[in-house]
Design a protein around this ligand. Sequence first.
Ligand SMILES: [Fe+2]
Ligand SMILES: [Fe+2]
Length: 260
Amino acid sequence: MSTLDLRRATRRRPALEIDVRDVPAADLEAARDNWRERMASEHASARVFAALVAPMMRAGLPEDDVRRVSEMVTQELDHARLCARVLVALGGEAVTTMPRLDDVPEHAGVSPLAAVLRNVISIGCCSETVAVALVATERELAGPEAVRRVLDQILADEIKHSRLGWRLVKRHAPLLSLRDRADVEAYLPDVFEHQLRFHAPFLQMPCASDAGTAIGAPHGRSNWTVFVECMTQTIVPGLEACGLGAAEAWAEVQRRRAAA
Ligand SMILES: [Fe+2]
Ligand SMILES: [Fe+2]
């Protein structure tokens, strides 16, 4: 386990002002926990985009796209610093333990294009698209100007990250060989399973008051609903529109879960 310490980086920027006088103590604590966890997960996201660069080069994707992805590394690191500034404004300390950093899969045995599309679907089309839906909802509920500005900045980047994923899949999926298409589709249940596992903690999270959600305390049940709607109404149909059998993969994951 490593430590992420953004205290120095935070001190270099002017402090944000967030009035928390009307926020119940439990919600203030939940908001601090959420911004601290988000600080770590944004920081961790940087490595995911870094890990996409070499496979994109191997698959011969355009330099423009490789460059955009490499810029996303810095954008995610910047998001972590933004979260740190909110955390400090809420009375927290910008230091935390990093979660386990799983490697981004290399997909030995499939072509370079199928390998990169597997990760682009998982990262861009799924994780980043869900992030857009969640941050947009949070932005709607945000109260203080400083929180709204931070969420606007993060949201603008997450939209770019999601769009790049969809652009790559729309461009390449319809032209895949039968073999590559089968290899990409075979991975979809794992992608969906990962999303369900990753977002399952929403179901255990408490639901903050309006004053709490206004400063970023989570509302677990609403977040879960946003996630499921995003998967079933945006992501699965979007992948189907690119010619990939996502509906069957989603159904298979539901069957597996029901049987477990
Ligand atoms: Fe981010
Ligand atoms: Fe992102």
